[in-house]
Design a protein around this ligand. Structure first.
Ligand code: SF4
Length: 134
C-alpha cells in the first residue's frame, strides 16, 4: 500500500530511488519533483539550522547520469500518464507539477557536472511534457 503524500508527509525515500523524490509543497501549492545530488550528505557550509542527518563537509559524488535520466523519466511518466495522484492520495487541489527542485541533502552546486546535470533534467522534462501532450 502506497504512503500518503501531503504537505505534512515528506519522505525523500518514498519511491526508494537514489536521486528523485516527490513531495507536495505547501509553498508551491502542488507537486514538487525533488532531485538530490548530495546522496552522501555533503555540504560546503554548516548552517546552525541544518536538518540534514549526518552532514559532512564535502562535495556531491559523481553523478550517474543514466540512473538520473531513468529515475526522472519514470517518475514524470508515472505522474503525467498514470494513477500516481490516486495511489499517493494527493489532495485534488495539489494535483499539478509545480516545479523540479534541485534540492536535497547538501549543496547541489558542489556537483562537478552541475551544468550537464541541469541540461539532462531539462531534456527529460521536455521529452515527458511532449509525450504527455500526445
Ligand atoms: S545543506 Fe543547506 S542548510 Fe545544511 S549546511 Fe548546507 S546550506 Fe546549510
Amino acid at each position: 500500500m502506497a504512503s500518503k503524500l501531503s504537505v505534512t508527509s515528506h519522505r525523500a525515500d518514498i519511491l526508494g530511488l537514489r536521486y528523485v523524490y516527490p513531495v507536495i509543497s505547501r509553498r508551491a501549492g502542488g507537486l514538487s519533483i525533488g532531485v538530490n545530488f548530495n546522496t552522501n550528505n555533503t555540504c560546503n557550509w554548516r548552517c546552525v539550522y541544518c536538518q540534514v542527518q549526518n552532514l559532512t563537509v564535502g562535495v556531491a559524488p559523481a553523478l550517474d547520469f543514466a540512473l538520473l535520466e531513468q529515475e526522472l523519466h519514470s517518475v514524470l511518466a508515472d505522474v503525467l500518464q498514470s494513477d500516481f495522484y490516486d495511489r499517493f492520495e494527493v489532495a485534488p487541489d495539489k494535483r499539478v507539477i509545480k516545479d523540479i527542485a534541485i534540492a536535497g541533502n547538501g549543496e547541489p552546486t558542489s556537483l562537478a557536472e552541475f551544468p550537464d546535470a541541469i541540461a539532462k533534467i531539462a531534456e527529460v522534462a521536455t521529452q515527458q511534457k511532449r509525450v504527455s501532450r500526445q
